[in-house]
Design a protein around this ligand. Structure first.
Ligand code: AMP
Length: 346
């Protein structure tokens, strides 16, 4: 991984900063939020998407850098323009492992993105944080519904449910899969923000934690399965993310959710240094009200797109409309003013 010192040197040459990201995933929200905070933005875009991203007057970037492929970032141009990258899900996917060595300031921590990418490491992170997690099952021991996850699967596409070792052997041809007990409950994806600059919020060892929203993903076709069952169509469950729905949680579950966020941060800090900015814990809440966590996203998640004008929780936290995109821009602005920017960029 590129040395932090090198990133600090690049940042040291900046007289101001702009927020840059790839035009995909949650880019509209990131640009819109930055605009609300008066921070200039750069959209890294493919020619064919420029027309779309130009069509929202309040969410288009201030300038575009057109590229042929998102796998090759225009590093020199970005540095010349004093860009800080805000990574999102598609960014992590398109840039892939190259992200570790890209010589450009990135908001948050590269280390956490590395842990997020590797499912076994992520499970270790959740375990060390003391969260309830679904059991990982050896294929020979499958005895009841289990979900088979593939490495590098994007947004749940291709996951398969099997109920026995025989079915596993018959259906699963890929290697390096992870088999987990299939939990039944209500899914809830909590959007957190860990701030270095704020002195409000839920205290953590080095900063403060904010809960800005909760969503539920709509996955095809798992979330429409009742329609098929009602007409006796037998369709296997699948989990390709199509969109998101807003949700709130029973208020009595929120303190637990907040504690889970704190523990994920403090464990992350021990495992890979610091952990700043947006992240999400994907959970399933069982009927006994126990919360199980099955995934962490160590960056902005697309579920936050629901709350471009704020969520109930962000309203309680800020008293004004505060999207995750806006929160990121405000944090960068405050950290810049307070000369703390190097602490939250790597
Ligand atoms: P992931 O790639 O881990 O985010 O999972 C994609 C989707 O699969 C989730 O949004 C859930 O709907 C489903 N899923 C993942 N793990 C489990 C599990 N252990 N039990 C039940 N559903 C799961």
């Amino acid at each position: 991984m590129i040395e932090k010192r090198k990133i600090d040197e690049i940042l040291g040459g900046y007289g101001d900063f702009k927020i840059a990201t790839i035009c995909s995933h949650s880019a509209l929200q990131i640009f819109h939020g930055a605009r609300q905070e008066g921070v200039k933005t750069i959209g890294i875009v493919k020619e064919e998407n420029k027309r779309f991203y130009s069509s929202f007057p309040y969410a288009k970037p201030d300038e575009f850098i057109v590229v042929d492929s998102y796998a090759e970032l225009p590093i020199e141009t970005l540095i010349e323009r004093e860009a800080i990258i805000v990574p999102h899900g598609s960014f992590v996917e398109y840039v892939g492992e190259k992200l570790d060595n890209v010589a450009i300031p990135i908001y948050g921590n590269r280390g956490s993105l590395l842990w997020e990418r590797d499912r076994l490491r992520m499970i270790e992170w959740l375990k060390k944080a003391g969260l309830n997690i679904p059991k990982t099952i050896h294929p020979e021991e499958i005895n009841g519904p289990a979900i088979v996850k593939f490495p590098g699967a994007k947004g749940g596409a291709g996951y398969t449910i099997v109920k026995s070792y025989g079915e596993f052997l018959q259906k699963i041809k890929k290697e390096n899969v992870i088999v987990q007990e299939f939990l039944s409950g209500v899914r809830a994806y909590a959007h957190y923000f860990h701030s270095k600059t704020s002195d409000t919020g839920y205290k953590t060892s080095n900063g403060s934690l904010e809960l800005l929203g909760i969503d539920r993903r709509m996955e095809s076709n798992a979330d429409e399965i009742a329609r098929y069952l009602s007409i006796d169509m037998k369709i296997p469950l699948s989990f390709a993310v199509i969109g998101n729905e807003p949700m709130t949680l029973r208020e009595s579950l929120l303190p637990k959710m907040m504690e889970m966020g704190r523990r994920v941060i403090e464990t992350g800090e021990k495992l890979f240094g610091t952990m700043w900015g947006p992240f999400c814990i994907e959970t399933i809440v069982m009927d006994n009200l126990e919360i199980y966590a099955f995934e962490i996203s160590a960056r902005i998640v697309a579920g936050t797109n629901l709350y471009a004008s704020g969520s109930p929780y962000s309203l309680f936290m800020f008293g004004e409309s505060m999207s995750m995109g806006r929160r990121i821009a405000r944090e960068l602005k405050d950290a810049w003013k307070k000369k703390l920017i190097k602490n939250i960029i790597y």
